[in-house]
Design a protein around this ligand. Structure first.
Ligand code: FAD
Ligand code: PYC
Length: 415
């Protein structure tokens, strides 16, 4: 595959952009692969990429029932941070954040990583104590965060009303190298790199069954025929329960809609990401000038990729409290995704009761930021048949053994 470069852009400019290749091939499925990954979201594609890059395993297919990146990976609000409380979480999210720093170069695709800084506002005494504790834990974990004063918050984000009508801003957890990235480009970049390594990305190919023999996975049934495999990775976010059922086990997962919206574009007015978890709203400004806005999850389980109307009203109301300047903005688009929630709000990266079958799910409302680290850890587990140091704590056993990794506060989104 030809490399993207300034020279390539100049060359194509002279020939009316007629020479660009397709970013990835769309092959017919083969009858067998060493590894099949179900789900071409960021986590599935990153898993395939690191299988190839780190372990030289390239006889891999990524099967996607819809279009690549059309799940939560293309529906999120792109916030990247690693300011979690527990050690295993800080390790995997910081690994991911670190990989984001050089992802554009690694993938030869501009993923527009923008480490503009993330502020998580403390608007109650409880949050002040909680975020000070997180900042202290992060210092031990090697994650660069600090608890900052209301004055510093105002300096970092002048459009915030820190006096607030309900909850004044009492400080914030600040991660200066958190930020955002272009979500589609992350999926496209991994897909292009996988295709370049000879892997097959097969869209419009829904997995409808999982075949097994003697307690080991042997393949998948799909809407495009049966495909045999040596190992299987299930990476389907909100549909994890359905795939687990096909494989014959149950997951402690609930599927819920989470929605977001963007406003009409306006002139640049904020260059940090702000999350306000007491009032349930968060906002950043995209490169196009749109204000990117989200709130809490729906309160009932469902599979509708749109979310409910009351949330739009509640989220906008909350944001107006802290950002009065958005009160006259028009909203342009609204959408939802199905997020996969575990009880402790931490992911599952684990072998399963079915031999040769591995699962990666439970990222809930916060998995975009984790994509590179999660793919890295999942590839390592599939290649070596056992979870490595990044994945070990996130095994399925923890729910039976009571080893919860409680990140309900760090999740940052009201559930
Ligand atoms: P997905 O991208 O959903 O990919 C799974 C894929 O599996 C889908 O494409 C689906 O079609 C496919 N699939 C399902 N069933 C089958 C089948 N039977 N056969 C074949 N394919 C199948 N996270 C953050 O870190 N920061 C944020 O700011 C943020 N904001 C969010 C805002 C919203 C509105 C939403 C919905 C989520 C947000 N998230 C955020 C969470 C984040 O988007 C997800 O955790 C992450 O994208 C999950 O990626 P994934 O690859 O696991 O899943
Ligand atoms: O995990 O940072 C996050 C997040 C923000 C919005 C949705 N999830």
């Amino acid at each position: 595959m030809k490399r993207y470069s300034a020279f390539a852009i100049a060359r194509e400019a002279f020939r009316y952009h007629t020479g660009w290749e397709r970013a990835w091939r769309s092959p017919e499925p083969k009858s067998r692969y060493d590894v099949v990954i179900v789900g071409a979201g960021g986590h599935g594609l990153a898993t395939a990429y690191y299988l190839g890059k780190n372990f030289g395993i390239t006889n891999v297919a990524v099967l996607e029932k819809g279009w690549l990146g059309g799940g939560n990976t293309g529906r999120n609000t792109t916030i990247i941070r690693s300011n979690y409380l527990q050690d295993p979480s800080a390790a995997i999210y910081e690994k991911a954040r670190g990989l984001y720093e050089t992802l554009s170069q690694d993938l030869n695709m501009n993923v527009m990583f923008s480490p503009r800084g993330v502020l998580m506002l403390a608007q109650t005494e409880h949050e002040v104590r909680g975020y000070k504790r997180t900042a202290q834990a992060n210092a031990y974990q090697g994650v660069d965060t600090e608890f900052v004063s209301p004055e510093r918050v105002q300096e970092l984000c002048p459009i915030l009303d820190i006096g607030g009508p309900r909850y004044p801003v009492l400080g914030a957890l600040w991660q200066p190298r958190g930020g955002t990235a272009r979500h589609d480009a992350v999926a496209w970049g991994y897909a292009r790199a996988c295709s370049d390594m000879g892997m097959d990305i097969i869209q419009k190919c829904e997995v409808t069954g999982i075949t097994q023999s003697g307690g080991k996975v042997t393949g998948v049934q799909t809407t495009r025929g049966d495909i045999a495999c040596g190992k299987l990775g299930i990476v389907v976010a909100g549909h994890s329960g359905q795939l687990a059922e096909m494989a014959g086990f149950r997951l402690p997962i609930e599927s819920v809609a989470l929605q977001a919206m963007v406003s009409e574009p306006i002139k640049p007015c904020m260059d940090v990401v702000v999350m306000a978890n007491s009032v349930h709203g968060y906002m950043s400004q995209s490169d196009k000038g749109e204000m990117v806005i989200g709130g809490g999850t729906d309160i009932y389980n469902n599979y509708t990729q749109r979310g409910s109307f009351n949330h739009i009203e509640e989220t906008v109301r909350s944001l107006i409290e802290i950002f009065p300047i958005v009160s006259r903005l028009k909203m342009l688009r609204q959408w939802g995704g199905i997020v996969d929630m575990t009880g402790d709000r931490s992911p599952i990266i684990s072998p399963t009761p079915l031999g040769g079958c591995f699962i990666n799910c439970g990222w809930g409302t916060g998995g975009f930021k984790a994509i590179p680290g999660s793919g890295w850890a999942m590839a390592d587990m599939i290649a070596r048949d056992a979870p490595g140091p990044l994945a070990a704590a996130f095994s399925l056993d923890r729910f039976a053994e009571g080893r919860f990794i409680d990140e309900s506060v760090a999740a940052g989104v009201a559930h």
